[in-house]
Design a protein around this ligand. Structure first.
Ligand code: EPU
Length: 303
């Protein structure tokens, strides 16, 4: 199906925002990346289900994007459809005594502010995770203190065939920074375990974690968080730092002088600049430690 007929067919779905030829840089925290052929934003789950059926029938390539905070998009962009899950699929509700139901487009930070205000504990480990809950489940986002799967009871997804399915934590097969979502599916809702707690204490804990993060990481600059996974038992940031690679530059991209596992767009960096830095780092760490650094950031549009 050509681009025009695909976007026209999508545009007929109620509750679906459809845009064509959209630069993706503005949707990523790296502020890097060329255009996508189509970007769709569902306002409700039913609209997404209808869109998934159209996309499957069209054979178009798809990429599911949350907050774009763990993502490097190629300079050429993405010749397919980006499904963007944002604030329209957000919201929170306590269920029973110990469960929090969250829309996939809700940001981690908003969940924590709610918990601090209403006195629900158990999620403080997520303080500082930049993404939304859908992306956090898909990538099992985490910190040194825990990962999204630790608190997850189940997630509701829409499959590429447009079916709504509820998957348990076990079915999602979580690993370090990885989940086994059914291929091409989109997380739309998440059920988390919480407990009653003291609002003041929860706030204090979250504030302390955020303050530490501000000290250790380049918070205000354009980056995608940690670029590499930590190799078993080691810190990628420390390996990069010890190798003297902080501050090296390729075009507009630099290895952060604050934390070695953060690559920063200093303004005008291209995806090619970032890839050159990634390659230089990998080569050096391979040569010095015989360690193969694996990417944590997702790459889109490079095939
Ligand atoms: N370190 C250095 N130099 C550096 C960076 C780190 O010496 O340039 C040292 C630190 O001093 C510390 C150790 O290495 O002793 C570990 O560093 P840190 O506590 O910053 O943790 P990390 O392993 O580098 C992990 C997550 C981060 C998360 C932090 C804090 C990964 C790949 N990274 O970083 O997650 O924010 O813990 O909880 O698992 C992300 O996933 O995008 C991310 C930033």
């Amino acid at each position: 199906m050509n681009s025009t007929s695909l976007s026209e067919e999508l545009a007929e779905i109620a509750g679906l925002k459809v845009r064509t030829n959209v630069p993706l840089a503005r949707f990523t925290t790296f502020k890097i990346g060329g255009p996508a052929r189509v970007v769709i934003t569902p306002e409700r789950v039913e609209s997404l289900q209808a869109a998934m059926r159209v996309l499957s029938a069209s054979g178009a390539r798809t990429y599911v994007m949350g907050n774009g905070s763990n993502l490097l998009v190629s300079d050429a962009g993405f010749d397919g459809a980006v499904i963007r899950i944002g604030s329209s699929l957000s919201g929170m509700d306590i269920e029973g005594e110990d469960r929090l139901r969250v829309g996939a487009g809700t940001m981690w930070g908003r969940v924590l502010r709610f918990c601090a205000k209403e006195g629900w504990t158990g999620l403080e480990f997520g303080a500082g995770i930049p993404g939304n809950l859908g992306g956090a489940v898909a990538t099992n986002a985490g910190t040194r203190l825990g990962e999204t799967s630790d608190a997850l009871i189940e997630a509701t997804v829409v499959t590429k065939e447009g079916e709504r399915r509820v998957l348990s934590r076990a079915e999602l097969g979580f690993e370090y920074r990885h989940s086994h979502l059914p291929e091409g599916s989109v997380v739309v809702e998440v059920l988390l375990r919480v407990e009653r707690g003291d609002p003041a204490r929860i706030s204090e804990t979250i504030d302390a974690y955020l303050a530490q993060r501000r000290r250790d990481q380049p918070e205000r600059e354009s980056s995608a968080g940690c670029v590499f996974k930590n190799p078993p038992g080691r810190s990628a940031g420390k390996l990069i730092d010890d190798a003297g690679l902080k501050g090296i530059v390729e075009g507009g991209a630099i290895v952060s002088p604050v934390h070695g596992n953060f690559l920063v767009n200093q303004g005008g960096a291209t995806a090619a600049d970032v890839l050159r830095l990634i390659e230089r780092i990998r080569q050096r760490i391979r040569a010095e430690h015989a360690v193969e650094l694996e990417l944590e950031v997702r790459l889109v549009g490079f095939e």
